[in-house]
Write a protein that binds this ligand. Structure first.
Ligand SMILES: Nc1c(NC[C@H](O)[C@H](O)[C@H](O)CO)[nH]c(=O)[nH]c1=O
Ligand SMILES: CC(=O)[C@@H](O)COP(=O)(O)O
Length: 240
């Protein structure tokens, strides 16, 4: 089934993908760094592991990375031998639910950003039926919609896509700053990660280069961020 797409309450036909984007998968190999003391230095070595309690979630044990001289004389700075570190995983995205809020303004840019995001979700095993796409008029409107979707608690992360391109006036600053603070505010007020996939560029060339052109596809990158943050919140930062 294809991802649902909504615009002002009207369900739109499913999106089709014309081509496969070239995008490197990020390798998030969970790594543990163990340390041992050698005279007055910490020496580090590394080996791989993943959390036994949360498969697919990297846990890094970390102690004295780098060279720490004369530690015994600096007891105030004594380091613990195993500080737990966590990072979201990209390997277990199946089952996560995502909303994408996308601005129609500069659709020639935002449409390929959206397609890049959808292709990435598919590549990482997110099902179409677990993705809802909501269209809004412009980037200024993204924040309020992201907040509403976040508070619905239906989604593990919300990906926000827009393209603000500088014109002749100061309007650019107002729209781009409002989009950024609106999306941040949606994240903080809902407690659901809202990912900033809004381009803010000097001209259309810069925008197109980042929407599948020579600078990659920022929509695809933002989708990876959404997966990582969804994983982090699901497995390690659960509300108690
Ligand atoms: N100029 C751009 C806009 N402007 C429209 C605003 O976002 C908003 O829809 C309007 O002010 C009504 O509230 N939007 C973009 O996404 N990109 C622009 O470059
Ligand atoms: C980013 C904008 O809002 C921009 O497109 C508006 O253009 P202008 O400043 O020339 O009115």
């Amino acid at each position: 089934m294809a991802a649902a797409s909504f615009t002002a309450g009207i369900q739109k036909s499913p999106l089709s993908f014309g081509h496969q984007i070239a995008h490197n998968k990020l390798a998030f190999t969970p790594v543990s760094i163990v340390s041992f003391k050698s005279s007055s230095h910490f020496v580090t070595s590394s080996l791989s592991s993943s959390s036994p309690t949360n498969p697919g979630v990297g846990v890094t044990l970390f102690g004295g990375v780098g060279v720490e001289k004369n530690l015994k004389d600096r007891s105030a700075f004594a380091q613990t031998e195993s500080v737990r570190q966590v990072t979201g995983s990209l390997t277990a995205a199946a089952g996560f639910r995502f909303a994408i809020v996308v601005a129609r303004f500069n659709e020639i840019v935002t449409r390929p950003l959206l397609n890049g995001a959808l292709e990435t979700f598919t590549r990482y095993s997110v099902k179409d039926e677990d993705i809802d796409v909501v269209w809004v008029p412009g980037s200024f409107e993204i924040g309020v919609v992201a907040a509403r979707l976040g508070k619905s608690k239906k989604y593990d992360a919300i990906l926000c896509i827009g393209a603000v391109v500088r014109g002749d006036t100061t309007h650019y600053d107002a729209v781009s700053n409002s989009a950024a603070s609106g999306i941040l505010s949606a994240s903080l007020s809902s407690g659901v990660p809202c990912i900033f996939g809004v381009l803010t560029t000097e001209n259309m060339d810069q925008a197109m280069n980042r929407a599948g052109g020579k600078s990659g596809n920022k929509g695809a990158e933002a989708a990876l961020t959404a997966i990582e943050m969804a994983s982090l919140f699901k497995h390690d930062l659960k509300e108690q």
